[in-house]
Design a protein around this ligand. Structure first.
Ligand code: SPV
Ligand code: MG
Length: 535
């Protein structure tokens, strides 16, 4: 049922109904969760929550924005306290138009002058609107609505301004004739006398709405017996929020600690629940590319790094420090940031000097006489599930790893398309040829590895592999099987990664290429290390 229809049914239900005040999306949601069937978007509360006075200091569009948040957060109807309509009949009909667009079910306007003041501040001193002018405003609002169920309520302020029942009835008649769907009878007395006298005289000719803020001790049965249609609890959420915030602030300020307050405020999980964080998590499952729950990493860190000279006399290059932090530790922390948690490091040279928190170690004790594939093979049983394989001497920007993790092809490698800007390594690079060259003209076409080699003769490579490989769960199985096959070769001890990739390509396996331009380096020698300090 539309919110406008829900509201109309509340007005005409034949029993007393209640609206509870809200002043933002959060409080509106709490009102709805509690079980209330409708919301009073209070001018006093909204202005107070915005930190301004209830004197039309917040512009009407600012109030509208708040209403939109409240409406988006809830399914029950909202009655906006529209003050005096923020201008004349013309402003009023535009307000109605905008409220309908934002899903607000009804508006109430009071017969005072713009800018108004809250009824409980010097009420008698506040001039009333000209009755006919106000009736015209009501008529314009009714004529302007496009949804026939939208409700316009005329609020009478004559009692507040010190007038008697006769003036109230005279005005009520005029506003009723102008088309008001209900009348809000306001009183600032501590007893309900004025309200009850009006209700008796009015004889139920249209629904009556009341705001018992000042005559709060009156039992609801009295209103029921008087035939009141709707009671508004007008400001009690903002008042209770103020009290809670004052107390919490005072305690934290005085105690300089959160210890004692923690049990007295809601948990952050309650905040997330009210924000419906669960729905977003659900939607992420439907709309975002899915990463495996747990990704493994194998870091190949067996080699010494002879060219780093005195820095690797005892420890291998993976433990050489860049800005006071071992390369391995940098790698491990980057993996953790991307939720790659199960990390295996293959050690070799200086293994007793290789350490990192919460990682598993396996050792290639014949590191001196074996190559990359042998080292990887040492950790072959870790090639299960989604896995990153990384050299232990590289540094790279975080996006490179996260982009690689987003790729869902079985095998993917990061390739530097700007490789010619790197120093020549005389045959120690992993140069690649790809199905298309690196281009800044991003297309959706995927690029695949066609060959990897330390040197190219007669053709130009398209880039250099940076030493990062990602395998999906299926890709890990493919890698493990290929390693097993290659391990049967006599020359397995001397094989490199390019042998593995070319072997896979020859078997028809596709290996996806993620092109990057720089933003990484490997640390092979002292020059590299100097560059790494500036990385
Ligand atoms: C409000 O809640 O802003 C009202 C009701 O207009 S009262 O404060 O009682 O005037
Ligand atoms: Mg108000």
């Amino acid at each position: 049922m539309t919110k406008t229809k829900q509201f109309r049914e509340l007005l005409q239900s034949g029993q007393v109904e209640f609206l509870m005040e809200a002043h933002n999306g959060l409080s509106a949601k709490i009102v709805q969760e509690t079980g209330f069937k409708g919301i009073w978007a209070s001018g006093l509360s909204i202005s107070a929550a915005l930190g301004v006075r209830d004197n039309n200091e917040a512009s009407w569009t600012q109030v509208l924005e708040v209403c939109e948040f409240m409406s988006d957060a809830t399914d029950i109807p909202i009655l906006l306290d529209g003050d005096t309509g923020y201008g004349n009949f013309n402003n009023m009909r535009r307000l109605v138009h905008k409220l309908e667009q934002r899903g607000v079910a009804a508006v109430c306007i009071e017969d005072k002058l713009f800018p108004k003041t809250n009824s409980f501040i010097k009420g008698e001193a506040q001039p009333l609107a000209d009755m006919d002018e106000f009736a015209g405003k009501i008529k314009a609002a009714k004529d302007g609505q496009t949804d026939s169920d939208f409700s316009v309520i005329a609020r009478l302020e004559a009692f507040i301004a010190g007038w008697g029942l006769d003036e109230m009835l005279r005005r009520a008649e005029a506003y009723h004739d102008a088309g008001a769907d209900a009348l809000l009878i306001h009183s600032k007395k501590s007893t309900p006398d004025q309200i009850l006298a009006f209700a008796e005289a009015w004889k139920n000719r249209c629904p009556l709405v009341i705001v018992p803020t000042m005559y709060y001790s009156t039992p609801v049965e009295i209103f029921e017996a008087a035939g009141i249609s709707m009671v508004i609890w007008a400001n009690h959420n903002v008042r209770s929020a103020i009290q809670a915030m004052q107390e919490t602030c005072r305690r934290i300020y005085q105690e300089r600690s959160l210890t004692n307050i923690e049990d007295e405020v809601v948990s952050v999980n309650e905040v997330f629940r009210l924000q419906n964080a669960a729905e977003l998590a659900d939607a992420e499952g439907r709309y975002l590319p899915q990463r495996a729950d747990a990704t493994n990493a194998i870091v190949l860190a067996a080699t010494r790094g002879d060219e780093l000279r005195e820095l690797t006399i005892e420890k291998p290059k993976t433990m050489v420090e860049v800005h006071g932090r071992a390369i391995l530790h940098r790698l491990v922390s980057q993996f953790r940031k991307e939720q790659v948690k199960n990390i295996t490091v293959v050690r070799g040279f200086g293994k007793e000097h290789v350490s990192a928190p919460d990682v598993r170690f396996v050792d290639n004790d014949s590191y001196d006489s074996t190559g990359e594939l042998f080292t990887l093979n040492t950790a072959r049983d870790q090639l299960a599930g989604e896995t990153i394989v990384s050299f232990g001497d590289i540094l790279f920007r975080r996006y490179i790893l996260s982009s690689l993790l987003d790729i869902q092809d079985d095998l993917a490698i990061a390739v530097d398309g700007a490789w010619t800007e790197r120093p020549n390594r005389l045959g120690f690079q992993d140069l690649v040829e790809t199905s298309a060259s690196h281009s800044l003209d991003y297309t959706t076409e995927k690029v695949w590895l066609t060959k990897m080699a330390p040197a190219f003769e007669g053709s130009e490579p398209n880039g250099e592999w940076i030493g990062l490989l990602k395998a999906t769960a299926a890709g890990s199985k493919i890698l493990a099987a290929a390693l097993e096959e290659l391990s049967l070769r006599d020359d397995f001890d001397s094989l490199h990664f390019y042998h593995l990739f070319n072997h896979l390509i020859a078997k028809g396996q596709k290996i996806r290429v993620l092109f990057i331009s720089g933003h990484w380096l490997d640390v092979d020698n002292l020059d590299d290390l100097a560059k790494a300090q500036a990385f």
